[in-house]
Design a binder for this molecule. Structure first.
Ligand code: GUN
Length: 292
């Protein structure tokens, strides 16, 4: 392709949506006497998880929500964590909460997610919300896939009849975005292929994609030879790569090798500043919904 691809700027889109969320939060506060309130549970000391959770808490402040960060030790037992979840379910001052993943290996994450009251499950991970999403019924949509849909809408990306290839089948991103983009809606009406670690000759599939969504968790995994000329590329990955030239000691990279891929596509999400801010915005939208 000649010329630069259009950047699908999640910061810009998120900021536009957040202005509206802030207005609606004011209205909720006026009618209920308290602002929407989100709690985030962080177990252990994983640096990346801590950064994400702190960003979620900070975003609450930027739209006038109340927030609580609940830090629990890495050594907490599953039963103790389940007891915390139950007390958050019962807390009348709280509209929604999330338990940041991954959890330590000794804790069964599915059991924890299933213990969350679906009405407070603003991550949309409870089976009841997942089922509602599959059936197209009202409920909470998972934040990252919902954020990708908002971003495609904001930039008027055409989706009907397009071949969308999703790389990665996680419960958090790959599986739900494959469902959302195949439904009879906008964005949606795509023909979706869900590729994963056992897909044979992955490049022969990804090069068919008009819209390529990559959530495989491997830095720089998608290279130019795997992308069709003119594709729209959504990079969900975010990795800390050690880099002595940075003050922080690392730089952020996605699952897509942007340096080579950018010249082949018409639009691409940057890393950072693409999907990440949209995940947070969707979480705020779900919290507002929980509070309304
Ligand atoms: N870990 C990575 N993404 C997410 C997310 O969207 N929500 C939670 N709770 N944990 C995550």
């Amino acid at each position: 392709m000649t010329g630069s691809p259009r950047l699908l700027d999640g910061k810009r889109c998120g900021d536009a949506l957040k202005a509206d969320i802030a207005t609606q939060a004011e209205a909720v506060k006026a009618s209920r006497g308290r602002a929407p309130h989100l709690a985030a549970v962080l177990v252990g000391n994983d640096g990346a998880s801590k950064t994400y959770v702190e960003a979620k808490v900070k975003a609450c402040g930027s739209v006038g929500f109340r927030s609580s960060l609940i830090r629990l030790p890495e050594t907490i037992s599953e039963e103790e964590l389940l007891a915390r979840v139950r007390s958050l379910n019962a807390d009348p001052e709280l509209d929604g909460f999330i338990v940041q993943l991954p959890l330590p290996a000794h804790i069964d994450a599915d059991r924890v997610l299933q213990a969350i009251d679906p009405k407070k499950d603003v991550d949309g991970f409870h089976p009841q919300n997942v089922g509602n999403m599959v059936l197209g019924l009202p409920g909470f949509l998972p934040a990252t896939p919902a954020g990708i849909c908002e971003l495609l809408k904001f930039y008027h990306v055409e989706t009907a009849g397009k071949h969308c290839v999703v790389v990665g089948r996680s419960n958090i991103v790959g599986t739900p975005i494959s469902i959302l983009l195949s439904r009879n809606a906008y964005p949606g009406n795509c023909t979706v292929t869900l590729a994963h670690s056992r897909t044979k000759d992955l490049a022969s599939i990804t090069t068919q994609a008009d819209i390529l969504v990559v959530a495989i968790g491997k830095p720089g995994f998608i290279t130019a030879d795997m992308v069709k000329e003119g594709a729209v590329v959504v990079d969900v990955g975010i990795h800390r790569i050690p880099d002595a030239s940075k003050k922080s000691g690392f730089r952020l990279e996605g699952d897509v090798d942007h340096a080579s891929v950018r010249d082949r596509c018409t639009a691409i999400t940057p890393v950072p500043g693409g999907v990440g801010p949209m995940t947070i915005t969707s979480l705020l939208l779900n919290t507002l919904k929980a509070a309304s």
